[in-house]
Design a binder for this molecule. Structure first.
Ligand code: ATP
Length: 488
């Protein structure tokens, strides 16, 4: 990471805290590693991102519906899905510092360093070796690579490594009063399984016809080996997932469609296209026959934000086997080749899975700007979040010019007429210029000032965040002006 991008990232993290977007969890107790809380503005921004996703996935697609399944699920589900036996990361300890690392991440970091130093051949060679070792689950080879490439512990600086072991990422807990093995349940590591086990409930009660999708937004938990990069890798995070059920044999076509549609969703927020790229998975998860990531260029490099996976009929077939219940769908449509209905089958599934917290971070990073406003006469600057207006936590702030002469009352009256439609903020403290800066810092698209003229002719000054231009408009036009910009 160059000094500038390093600094940008640090500044965004500091800004997120200073303006009530993200706080370290349990901060007064020195924090809990890789767990974060969203503050007053963060919660609004997060809700707006969820709404954007939900509207475009569920509301705009009449063959996709949304559910909200429980975090706790029957433990057999995680056996069937393969998570109990296979949801793990390769872990290695440094014997001197007693610090624990992900073996693959140490190697990824080394590859990035080779790249940065212009040693492209070495980077490519190591990437190949790493993929090969991961594909074969060859843990001793991972350790050999760490030794061969002379990777030292970032803390102790020594190369005194243990063997590599698999570490299961699922959190477990006990349900009920009796703590024996039978009561062990897991905090879900993905929301997808809640969709799979409900797919026939939804299909039948919603009379859904293939192809159809089920979407869900919810918490997921992973006991990540190490915490890294702020809200990129958390132990408690949120996912927005959609499982799309298709006729076997059509999965490639649907995979390509969703891959494209999901990138469009990202770009529709105005993010420059060069900030995104696709990354094809070389190592496929046990359930997948194709997988692409959508990656975003964070200050520390390209990183996965969303995965599009062709999950075959793996999950539904596994649940059919483990539960003993039929997971088949009856397809009455006639196959033009055989002239008979397609009949009973276990559908194939295309999944789109996006991390809400990573989406949140990329939105903050994209929007953050330290703008130099200096003129010949004076030095000036502002920090502005150029958020898409639909995502802005506060849509409009309203300021009485002074705290007297009935201006606060008039401002409140205008605010009351708008607050049912838009999230508004009332501010009367400090000079107007300072109030503008505070709203710029949280990305508020409009600031409305009520002054003495307002009392006479019911006009107000509206100031635009991005251009900083101000115009005088009748108060009764505010709803339309704000609505035109901030509605979906
Ligand atoms: P990574 O390789 O970065 O660990 P993953 O491939 O394990 O991610 P998926 O299982 O495909 O991730 O999960 C789907 C999405 O959930 C990811 O694209 C990411 O945005 C998000 N996600 C996964 N793990 C975390 C985490 N620990 N913290 C925050 N978001 C996460």
């Amino acid at each position: 990471m160059s000094k500038n991008t390093d600094e940008l990232f640090k500044n965004v993290i500091a800004h997120a805290k200073e303006y009530g977007f993200v706080f370290q969890s349990s901060e007064i107790y020195d924090g809990l590693s890789a767990v974060y809380d969203y503050g007053q503005n963060g919660a609004e921004l997060k809700n707006n991102i969820k709404a954007y996703w939900w509207k475009s996935m569920v509301q705009l697609n009449d063959n996709i519906v949304g559910i909200d399944s429980a975090i706790f699920m029957h433990p057999k589900i995680w056996k069937a899905s393969g998570h109990v036996d296979g949801f793990s990361d390769p872990m290695i300890d440094n014997k001197d510092s007693k610090k624990r690392y992900r073996a693959d991440q140490l190697l990824e970091d080394r590859i990035a360093k080779y790249d940065k130093d212009g040693k492209t051949d070495k980077a490519e060679q190591l990437q190949l070796e790493l993929d090969k070792a991961l594909n074969a689950d060859d843990l001793p080879r991972l350790r050999d690579l760490i030794v061969e490439h002379e990777i030292a512990c970032p803390i102790s600086g020594t190369r005194n490594w243990t063997e590599v072991r698999q570490f299961n990422l699922m959190f477990s807990t006990q349900m009920g009063a009796v703590a024996d093995d039978a009561d062990t349940i897991y905090l879900r590591p993905e929301t997808a399984q809640g969709i799979f086990v409900n797919y026939l409930n939804v299909q039948k009660t919603g009379r859904m016809k293939i192809p159809f999708g089920i979407a869900q937004i919810g918490k997921a938990f992973r006991n990540e080996v190490i915490a890294r990069q702020f809200i990129i890798r958390m132990r408690e995070f949120e996912q927005m997932e959609m499982q799309f059920f298709v006729r076997p044999g059509t999965q490639k076509e649907w995979f390509d469609k969703w891959k494209e549609a999901r990138l469009k969703w990202h770009l529709a927020l105005g993010t420059p296209a060069e900030k995104y790229r696709y990354h094809e998975h070389v190592k496929l998860a046990h359930y997948a026959d194709a997988a692409y990531d959508i990656e975003f260029e964070f200050p520390f490099g390209f990183k996965e934000v969303e995965g599009i996976h062709s999950r075959t009929d793996f999950d539904l077939s596994q649940h059919q086997q483990f539960s003993g219940k039929k997971m088949q769908y009856f397809d009455p449509e006639v196959d033009p080749e055989t002239n008979k209905p397609y009949g009973n089958y276990v559908p194939y599934v295309i999944e789109t899975s996006i991390g809400l917290d990573r989406m949140f971070l990329l939105t903050m990073i994209n929007a953050y700007e330290e703008e130099d406003l200096s003129t010949e006469e004076k030095q000036d600057s502002r920090t502005v979040l150029r958020l898409h207006p639909c995502l802005a936590p506060v849509k409009a702030a309203i300021f009485p010019l002074t705290k007297k002469d009935g201006l606060p009352e008039k401002a409140r009256e205008i605010m009351d007429s708008l607050k049912l439609d838009f999230n508004m903020q009332y501010e009367e403290k400090d000079a107007i210029g300072k109030r503008y800066r505070r709203q710029d810092a949280i990305g508020t698209p409009f600031c409305i000032t009520v002054d003495h003229q307002t009392l006479e002719d019911n006009t107000v000054t509206i100031r635009h965040r991005d251009s900083m231009e101000q115009e005088r408009v009748p108060a009764d036009q505010l709803e339309k002006i704000i609505g035109d910009l901030v509605s979906w």
